[in-house]
Design a protein around this ligand. Structure first.
Ligand code: GLN
Length: 458
């Protein structure tokens, strides 16, 4: 019965691409069997989670919310999802997202947008122009967790796709240090940035789930060969002796005054928890967004070359067509507009005549941004900043204006470029009753510091 209610609610939100209730049920039954047999239960025993449809799941369609992968059923399981099943979790279904994880509103999905379960004060019902974006690209994940359809879901974050949707829907989400979670079996967007992470209702749940997802994987050459720390066991909201940095460059024009207010409150909460709050500078912050929107499309254009109509999913074979025509027709039909935009930008910045001017410069900027953070760690242990410049915007608001959409990622991309762990936690509701998130950015490998500061805020 509970399952039917959940599926109905999820249907209204368009959060699932496919549902897999038997998978979740089998995990629940295994808990009973293991208990009866006196076996030790895993950290996620019986927990029914949502799986972003970017993770390859054996025998279950995996689309990256694209037409080109529609009907693609992997013969293998991603390492992260396998780790979760090994810890006892079960899967409610594959969740909607922006196509190939490219977007900030979940509107680029081939399977239609997700609707946020949140309403502005006074707005009622679904389907009107008051419908809000759940954020993106992990919009199905944020929506099901916020709507209490699933207690947790996986997300991936290339330039904010865990943190921004978490902020828009009043939940928690952490992107760990680059390399913590294996990328094996995760549909690649920008490989030097892509990281998986948990989205859940509390910092504690994120700590538990991240512990289950993370770990060295020889199948991913960038996987960190480090033991997985006991994040949950070491959670503590006592921040005495810790320094929290406030980067002055994040005080950007166009940021909602209520976001700035939540930032002020965040500082107070961290002071109340014993931390010392210090001003810091990350001087190259303003170059992060342009650098990200060169590097991410460049890597995407290379990664997406594999969708050629030969190996996976869709194949368009016009009458009398040759191989080149088949490639062209398949890619024209199979990729959405935003994906094509990224491929065009990416191939342009990588082309012989423009490589030095764009791609090389962006890589240099990336180094400078990482150095900014390195220097900041001399002054602080963790950084507090807003997650987004505004609360959730209405569906349709930014779809005709890619630059406005990209600007939403302005606070999220620096930590991605530097490979640092970063989390969004809910801070307060704005005047319209919508959630605002705060972001905590930590040193490489210090997810614990991020989680602990998040715990003091939540
Ligand atoms: N919104 C950003 C983009 O469109 C980030 C996406 C992501 O993190 N997957 O690239």
């Amino acid at each position: 019965e509970a399952h039917n209610v959940a599926v109905a609610a999820a249907g209204e939100l368009n959060a699932f691409i496919v549902t897999t209730p038997d998978h979740a049920l089998a995990a629940a039954e295994k808990v009973d069997a293991d208990r009866a047999a006196g076996k030790q239960l895993g950290a996620m025993a019986g927990v029914p989670i949502g799986m972003k449809d970017l993770f390859a799941t054996q025998g279950v369609q995996t689309t990256a919310a694209s037409h080109i992968l529609e009907g693609f059923t992997p013969e293998y399981e991603s390492t992260v999802s396998q780790n979760l099943w090994n810890a006892g979790a079960g899967m409610l279904g594959k969740l909607n997202l922006d196509q190939f994880a490219m977007g900030s509103s979940n509107e680029t999905s081939y399977f239609g947008n997700v609707i946020s379960p949140w309403r502005r004060k006074g707005a009622d019902g679904f389907g009107g122009n008051a419908d809000l974006a759940p954020g993106g690209s992990s919009g199905g994940s944020s929506a099901v967790v916020a709507a209490r359809i699933a207690p947790a879901a996986t997300g991936t974050d290339t330039g904010g796709s865990i943190r921004q949707p978490a902020a828009f829907t009043g939940i928690c989400g952490i992107k760990p240090t680059y390399g913590r979670c294996s990328r094996w079996g995760v549909v690649a967007f920008a490989s030097s940035l892509d990281q998986a992470g948990p989205m859940a209702r509390s910092v504690e749940d994120c700590a538990i789930m991240l512990g289950a997802m993370a770990g060295f994987d020889p199948k991913d050459s960038t996987s960190l060969d480090l033991p997985v720390p006991e994040w949950e066991a070491n959670l503590s909201a006592d921040l005495r002796g810790k320094k929290v940095g406030i980067p002055k460059e994040y005080r950007m024009e166009g940021t909602d005054p209520e976001i700035l207010e939540s930032w002020e409150r965040g500082k107070e909460w961290l002071r109340d928890a014993g931390a010392e709050v210090v001003d810091i500078s990350l001087p190259h912050t303003k170059y992060a967004l342009p650098a990200y929107y060169i590097i991410a499309p460049a890597e995407a254009s290379s990664n997406l070359a594999r969708y050629d109509g030969v190996r996976y999913g869709l194949r368009e074979l016009p009458n009398g067509a040759g191989l080149q025509d088949m490639y062209a027709a398949t890619r024209a039909e199979g990729f959405g507009d935003e994906v094509k935009r990224r491929i065009l930008i990416g191939t342009y910045v990588l082309s012989a005549g423009f490589y030095d001017a764009y791609y090389n410069q962006a890589q240099r900027v990336r180094t400078l941004i990482a150095r900014d953070f390195e220097k900041a760690w001399a002054q602080c242990d963790v950084i507090l900043a807003p997650t987004t410049p505004t609360a959730a915007f209405a569906l349709g608001d930014k779809m005709d204006d890619p630059l406005a959409m990209y600007l939403n990622d302005v606070f999220a991309v620096p930590a991605s470029l530097a490979g640092l762990p970063a989390m969004s936690v809910p801070a307060m509701l704005n005047g319209e009753g919508l959630p605002l998130g705060l972001q905590l950015i930590g040193k490489a490998f210090d997810e614990q510091g991020v989680l602990n500061a998040g715990l003091a805020i939540q």
